[in-house]
Design a protein around this ligand. Structure first.
Ligand code: DX5
Length: 228
């Protein structure tokens, strides 16, 4: 159930499990689904592309058994082409790779789509939108990082809002309104309206949903109210 409808766009919520209790991942993902989440995002990290290590295909396969909503794997790994099929075989419905992490972005996006799932390209904060020029028409999603990837609970980088606005303009100019504009990193009730008004329609939110102060359902309801 979308969080809101803004500028004629449904705004989808994709809780990130990075801040969830890793001893109860399936249960935590299920709670988010029950509370109305549209997607679940799995933050895959290899300790090379980002300074952290999280989980791999076996855990994604286990998570797959716990939820029926879209399972989105954000591969923050070097040379993601090596593992795309493993994550899809584990049950991923969507794969996002970083433009900075592969030499052959077009070939890897083609490979993801040939395997029957949707494909996204993520840009780190300093990576310009021009990186997307030759790939934009082949992808289903662009992920704008609101923080430098690797950890949850970081502060949103405010200059990313203008980048979101420019990307929305780019998508509109090329008649690519079907492409998800996903934003990941530092999104809270306090800034969620800024990023959606700028053009984001798919929000990856971790520590504002999985924390010690509210239940998952309370957190999601707070985010929904912030967009009402
Ligand atoms: C960064 C991660 C985080 C996570 C969201 O590498 O990708 O952005 O998904 O975490 P919060 O919402 O806590 O910033």
């Amino acid at each position: 159930m979308p969080l809101a409808h803004i500028n004629n766009r449904s705004v989808l919520l994709a809780p990130s499990i990075l801040s969830a209790d890793f001893a109860r991942l399936g249960e935590q993902a299920y709670h988010a689904e029950q509370a109305g989440a549209d997607w679940i995002q799995v933050d895959v990290m290899d300790g090379m592309f980002v300074p952290n290590i999280t989980i791999g295909p076996p855990v994604v396969a286990a998570l797959r058994q716990s939820i029926s909503i879209t399972l989105d794997c954000h591969l923050m790994i070097a040379q993601p082409e090596r593992y795309v099929k493993s994550f899809i075989d584990a049950g991923a419905d969507h794969i996002t790779i970083h433009a900075e992490a592969t030499t052959h972005l077009h070939r890897t996006i083609q490979h993801i789509k040939e395997l029957g799932v949707t494909a996204g390209v993520a840009l780190n904060p300093a990576t310009p939108l021009s990186t997307l020029e030759e790939i934009l028409s082949y992808i289903d999603l662009v992920l704008i990082m609101g923080v430098n990837p690797g950890f949850g609970g970081q502060t949103y980088i405010p200059t990313m809002t203008a980048k979101i606005t420019r990307l929305r303009q780019m998508l509109d100019q090329h008649n690519l309104s079907h492409v998800h504009l996903q934003v990941d990193g530092g999104i809270k009730a306090e800034n969620i309206r800024d990023v959606t008004q700028a053009g984001a329609n798919n929000l990856v939110i971790g520590s504002a949903i999985y924390n010690d102060t509210q239940t998952v359902a309370e957190s999601i309801e707070q985010l929904r109210r912030a967009l009402a």
